[in-house]
Write a protein that binds this ligand. Structure first.
Ligand SMILES: Nc1nc2c(ncn2[C@@H]2O[C@H](COP(=O)(O)OP(=O)(O)O)[C@@H](O)[C@H]2O)c(=O)[nH]1
Ligand SMILES: Nc1ncnc2c1ncn2[C@@H]1O[C@H](COP(=O)(O)OP(=O)(O)O)[C@@H](O)[C@H]1O
Length: 196
């Protein structure tokens, strides 16, 4: 089956991308496949290598990039992140809708490729709420939290530019945001389910 459009989920760290995506994948088994990115950041408790990320070193990642193995890569909050060609090809080969979770730099780079995804920005209701969610998540040091909030300000500005995103979802109430996300993806989800 061809013609399944990938989905790019972007938006500030702490906006709720992983929460929404995990729910979407759980409720639609055999429909979506996650493009597992590479990163040089340390794994958080509960994160699995090869599932959440390919955890790697800066040297190994730079080597891969110079070998042309990456579709895009970016520096975020002091670490490298990148989407390998293999990560996306693995999902497409399984005839699944490929979900990519990338920052705004990744969005711009992906626009230069022929992937033709649906671009969705997940935004928090406000900076204060974003900060509270990030603090409550308890995954960041004070330093990385402040870097994420700074990056969030830039992200929130860019996401308002016309033509960058197909849709912007404000993740205030989780249920409502999730319903909105499902509605947007309904057409693609139907395509996979009809082909089964
Ligand atoms: N450009 C790019 N950004 C990525 C990639 N993987 C993750 N990111 C972004 O990197 C940022 C930090 O991700 P992470 O460290 O997992 O923190 P979290 O978003 O707060 O859970 C987020 O904005 C992600 O969307 C990637 O492969 N490429
Ligand atoms: N609508 C919401 N209301 C309250 N808390 C939320 C909501 N969406 C996500 N969260 C919480 O906010 C934190 C950040 O969400 P997460 O999915 O990790 O964000 P991201 O993947 O965008 O960095 C998590 O602890 C999550 O449980």
């Amino acid at each position: 089956m061809s013609g399944l459009r990938p989905v790019v989920l972007s938006g500030p760290s702490g906006a709720g991308k992983s929460t929404l995506m995990k729910r979407l994948m759980k409720e639609h088994e055999g429909v979506f496949g996650f493009s597992v990115s590479h990163t040089t950041r340390n794994p958080r408790p509960g994160e699995e290598d090869g599932k959440d990320y390919h955890f790697t070193t800066r040297e190994a990642m730079e080597e891969g990039i110079s070998q042309g193995e990456f579709i895009e890569n970016a520096e975020f909050s002091g670490n490298m992140y990148g989407t390998s060609k293999a990560a996306v090809e693995d999902v497409l080969a399984r005839n699944l809708i490929c979900i990519l979770d990338v920052d705004i730099q990744g969005v711009r780079r992906i626009k230069e490729t022929d992937l033709n995804p649906i671009y969705i920005s997940i935004q928090p209701p406000s900076m204060d709420i974003l900060e509270k969610r990030l603090r409550d998540r308890q995954t960041e040091t004070e330093e990385s939290l402040l870097k994420r909030l700074e990056a969030a300000r830039i992200d929130m500005e860019h996401s308002k530019e016309p033509g960058v995103f197909d849709v912007v979802i404000i993740n205030d109430d989780l249920e409502r945001a999730y319903e909105e996300l499902k509605d947007i993806l309904n057409e693609e989800i139907q395509k996979v389910q009809e082909a089964k």
